[in-house]
Design a protein. Structure first.
Length: 445
């Protein structure tokens, strides 16, 4: 637990901390929440703040926004950590906040990574949130529906923060070069193309972008006049530093995670274990890796080996239970299994094809025959009329049409002959043959 003034910015702070916005006007991104006339901005400006959860990827300003709220509403700002904050400590601070409220002092309690707090820790905040002793602001990269207690979540508004666009990142980088809190007191020569490279590398994360710029400027060449000149080589070298490549919410296009995926897809367990080790040794969050492996199990293996997803999910839970460094062996087991498993992207392609039609046909009505009819009115409107219950038939199959009329006969799933998927292919061909034969019989009748 930390308690400090929101105005303190030590001179020794890294660039990302020195450039932390002090007001809403300096804040980059999240215009859907804090743009002029938007809901969160109105709440802040009207000093009408209630408990809330900020849900979004790293580096988009969750902590910064909480500090700005505390500053603008003249509130005491307290932060909690899931690792260091016990129930006793939480309750003591909550009781102090309760006393301060009677003196007219508002308290904002910021809980970073609230998804890492256990149920007892989260419950300790609940009575003080209910009676308004504190305004709780929780920050999470995980879906709060699954990671925050329902009782606490129901008393908080959830605001979804989005990753920053490349233009927004570019704006931050340029401001850091001219602002006296950044490199404004120095002359830094860096090309627009190199700034764009940094912005692309950051992948929507302001902290990664500013940390990268900080390292690049430090490693720049200083000439006789004191100017710092940034070469293409310096930028490329710094952007390959392992300390910048790893973030628990990193995406597949990062070079190393891409290498892991492609090694598993190419059935190369040695390369897969190597790239896994590169990330873990550099400090990557094992939970992030476990999530990516879960995705891979369905995207690249699917029904060719239905156990692949079971392995991936089990490893995900093992990483939760054990953590690093012990869970490294579980992750190694997973990537080796995925590498050696038969491959099929049929499920991935099926969803991709179907989602394309779904986006174009969002208003397509559900056929009446497969609608539920829980009321008399619905029955009178022919909801469910002609519905055939497959379990009542001898073959457990019917010729009932489940697609909208405009998509009748459309195929999305094309099974391969890899691994177990050949069984699904045979089953699907049998079902289609049965339906064709019975359709022909019905026409003759």
């Amino acid at each position: 637990m930390e308690q400090f003034s929101v105005f303190e910015v030590p001179a020794s702070e890294p660039l990302a901390s020195r450039m932390r916005p002090a007001s809403l006007d300096e804040f980059a991104g999240q215009t859907h929440l804090i743009g002029e006339g938007k809901i969160l901005r109105k709440m802040i400006e009207n000093d009408n703040i209630s408990s809330m959860i900020f849900w979004g990827p790293p580096g988009v300003g969750k902590t910064t926004l909480a500090r700005i709220i505390a500053k603008q509403t003249k509130s005491e700002f307290i932060t909690f950590s899931a690792v260091t904050s016990g129930i006793k400590e939480i309750k003591k601070v909550m009781e102090d906040a309760d006393s301060n409220k009677r003196l007219g002092i508002k308290t904002i309690v910021f809980v970073d990574e609230i998804h890492r707090f256990n149920k007892a820790q989260q419950d300790a905040f609940l009575p003080f949130v209910e009676k308004g002793s504190i305004v709780l602001i929780g920050a999470t990269t995980e879906n709060p529906s699954f990671e925050v207690n329902n009782a606490l979540l129901s008393r908080c508004r959830v605001f979804v923060l989005k990753e920053l666009t490349s233009d927004e990142i570019m704006g931050l980088l340029k401001r850091a070069l001219t602002d006296k809190r950044g490199f404004g007191k120095e002359k830094v020569n860096i090309s627009e193309d190199n700034l764009k490279m940094i912005a692309g590398f950051a992948n929507g994360d302001a902290r990664i972008a500013l940390t990268a710029l900080d390292m690049i400027v430090i490693n720049g060449d200083t000439d006789e006049e004191g100017n710092i000149n940034i070469s293409d080589g310096t930028v490329e070298e710094c952007l390959t530093k392992k300390t910048l490549l790893y973030d628990k919410n990193g995406e597949e296009h990062y070079n190393i995670i891409s290498a892991l995926h492609k090694s598993m897809r190419n059935s190369d367990p040695d390369a897969a274990v190597y790239w896994l080790s590169r990330m873990l040794e550099a400090g990557e969050d094992p939970i992030y890796l476990a999530r990516r492996i879960c995705r891979f199990a369905s995207e690249d293996i699917g029904l060719a080996d239905t156990n692949a997803l079971n392995v991936a999910v089990n490893v995900y839970h093992a990483c939760h239970f054990i953590g690093m460094p012990e869970c490294s062996v579980h992750l190694a087991e997973a990537v080796i299994y995925m590498s050696l498993a038969p491959k099929s992207n049929a499920c991935y392609k099926a969803y991709t094809f179907a989602s394309g039609d779904a986006r174009k046909m969002l208003a397509e009505p559900v056929p009446l025959v497969i609608r539920n009819a829980p009321t008399k009115l619905m029955q009178e409107l022919d909801y469910g009329k002609g519905y055939q219950y497959a379990h009542d038939t001898e073959d457990k199959l019917t010729n009932m049409e489940c697609m909208p009329p405009s998509l009748k006969g459309k195929t999305y799933y094309y099974p391969t002959t890899q691994g177990n998927e050949i069984k699904f292919k045979d089953r699907l061909e049998m079902i289609k043959k049965w339906k064709k034969e019975h359709a022909a019989k019905r026409e003759k009748e």
